[in-house]
Design a binder for this molecule. Structure first.
Ligand SMILES: [Zn+2]
Length: 105
């Protein structure tokens, strides 16, 4: 898979003392991978413990963007994560897709 760019174009979270757009996401990073096979590809990583990147930063494969955590709360105050896990989502043109083709060895 050839990736034309990897840019941090979004993040929110508790570490930045800003109001998260979706509090259930907790600390969240989105990577803009550019156009792959004619589709705009982004990926998100939520419930992070720490965020190690900045908006606009260019990253390469292997870059540590954050650490796994269990952050995030629903509006009723209940935690949205019951334990640390990597919550990965991949989008093509804004639609959820199965991420397997991007992560398979
Ligand atoms: Zn999750």
């Amino acid at each position: 898979m050839k990736i034309s760019k990897n840019t941090i174009d979004y993040f929110d979270g508790l570490n930045e003392n800003i109001q998260p757009i979706l509090p259930a996401n907790g600390n969240c990073v989105r990577i803009n991978h550019g156009i792959i096979s004619g589709k705009k590809v982004t990926s998100t990583y939520i419930h992070l413990n720490t965020i190690n990147v900045r908006v606009g930063q260019q990253i390469k494969q292997g870059h540590i963007i954050g650490t796994v955590g269990s952050t995030g709360k629903y509006p009723n105050g209940q935690p949205s994560s019951t334990g640390p896990h990597l919550h990965l989502s991949v989008y093509e043109n804004g639609q959820h897709v199965n991420p397997y083709k991007y992560i398979k060895p």
